[in-house]
Design a protein around this ligand. Structure first.
Ligand SMILES: [Zn+2]
Length: 387
């Protein structure tokens, strides 16, 4: 897919390259928490004490019982860390956790700012949202297998399961291809030191390229996986979507498009609002140039186009983002009424193509050639700053 080619060219040293959409599918089917926990050993409770206390500021309350359940999954040496909005079961080193916390809290705040701006009413979740953060892929994969029935691979370093309302990640720095990259960097540094000892010249370009690749790959994954999956979790828990039922009770393009609004750099105050998702825009521009955009009617009414491994999934992700971005920028009021109509779907059934088109048109007007033209020219006009 287009993104695949673009990244492949830019990152010769990385072997694991998939369209970002494929990394980020949320998993609507999972065993219940109780089913899963029966098969897990009980870990010692560590700092789950005092969990009933309310969080400070605008924080969500913690619940001791929920913490205890979470801890069972947290892996060897697992502990619970409370932030304002999350209970995180983790077994990583503290600096790794701190960076992670910064990102997931920034995502929560970005989603709430978005909600305020769009003007839909939401209720805060009743308790802290649960996240698991594993140091190693193996424990993450074991948890994934328990809750979703599929162990995944290192290329899917995170997921959110609405069924048990928990997201899970592993420390992506430990993915084998990043470890390999780190080894290459260490070797290049040694060569540089060796050269310096003997007063020889050393070409630093390869070292710099390797370091750049490592940093870019980590950042890309943090945004398209960690921020993306946690955005799904916050959006579901604030009630922006219909309660989880069958796979397509919610329009899939909308669930994915909304999450991608929060893949922009954290902490700039603009994620989900002012910022443009440059990676998705890059994909969109390539698709547009090569005439591969999916007709909007199909995107809106056919969830199969956006389910990996559909051939169209990469394109559909970029377009889903672009359509939500367009609606938020240009049709804010209508977007609020669309969200309200969708989240009232309590019948938990799969909606048909006709029903999806009808829901869209009731909020935004006819989804015709004129609509498509206006949308395309608006996206083409967005400031494009390749990263
Ligand atoms: Zn997703």
């Amino acid at each position: 897919m287009s993104r695949f080619h673009r990244l492949s060219a830019a990152n010769r040293f990385l072997t694991l390259l998939l369209p970002t959409g494929l990394l980020t599918a949320f998993t609507p089917t999972a065993l219940s928490q109780d089913d899963a926990s029966e098969n897990r050993p009980t870990e010692k409770a560590t700092d789950a004490k005092g969990a009933k206390k309310k969080g400070k500021g605008d924080g969500l309350p913690a619940r001791k019982k929920s913490d205890e359940k979470l801890l069972k999954f947290a892996g060897e040496g697992g502990r619970i860390h409370h932030t304002d909005h999350y209970a995180i079961g983790y077994n990583t080193e503290d600096p790794t956790l701190r960076a992670f916390v910064h990102r997931v809290e920034a995502t929560y705040k970005a989603v709430t700012r978005f909600v305020q701006k769009v003007g839909v009413e939401v209720k805060p979740p009743k308790e802290k949202l649960q996240i698991l953060f594993f140091e190693e892929y193996e424990s993450y994969s074991a948890y994934r297998l328990l809750t979703t029935g599929s162990e995944g691979s290192e290329s899917t370093p995170g997921f959110f399961s609405p069924t048990d309302n928990r997201s899970a990640f592993f420390n992506y720095a430990n993915a084998s291809h990043l470890k390999q990259l780190e080894r290459e960097i260490a070797e290049a540094r040694q060569e540089m030191q060796g050269a310096a000892k003997f007063g020889a010249r050393f070409d630093t370009r390869r070292l710099q390229a390797l370091e750049g690749n490592l940093a870019r790959e980590k950042e890309r994954t943090n945004r398209t996986v960690v921020q993306h999956e946690v955005a799904h979790q916050v959006l579901f828990n604030l009630g922006l979507h219909a309660p989880v039922g069958e796979r397509d009770t919610n329009p899939r393009w909308f669930v994915e498009g909304l999450a991608m609004m929060f893949e922009t750099p954290p902490g700039q105050g603009g994620a989900g609002l002012g910022a443009v998702n440059q990676n998705r825009l890059a994909d969109w521009l390539e698709l547009e140039k090569s005439g591969q955009l999916i007709p909007l009617k199909q995107l809106v009414s056919d969830p199969s186009v956006i389910i990996p491994p559909a051939r169209t999934a990469g394109a559909a992700y970029a377009q889903a983002w672009s359509l939500v971005h367009y609606l938020q920028r240009n049709k804010g009021k209508q977007l609020a009424s669309y969200i309200d109509a969708i989240r009232k779907r309590t019948d938990k059934k799969t909606y048909t193509a006709d029903e999806e088109i009808k829901a869209f048109e009731e909020a935004f007007g006819p989804l015709d050639a004129k609509f498509e033209e206006k949308y395309k020219s608006a996206i083409k006009r967005l400031p494009f700053k390749p990263e």
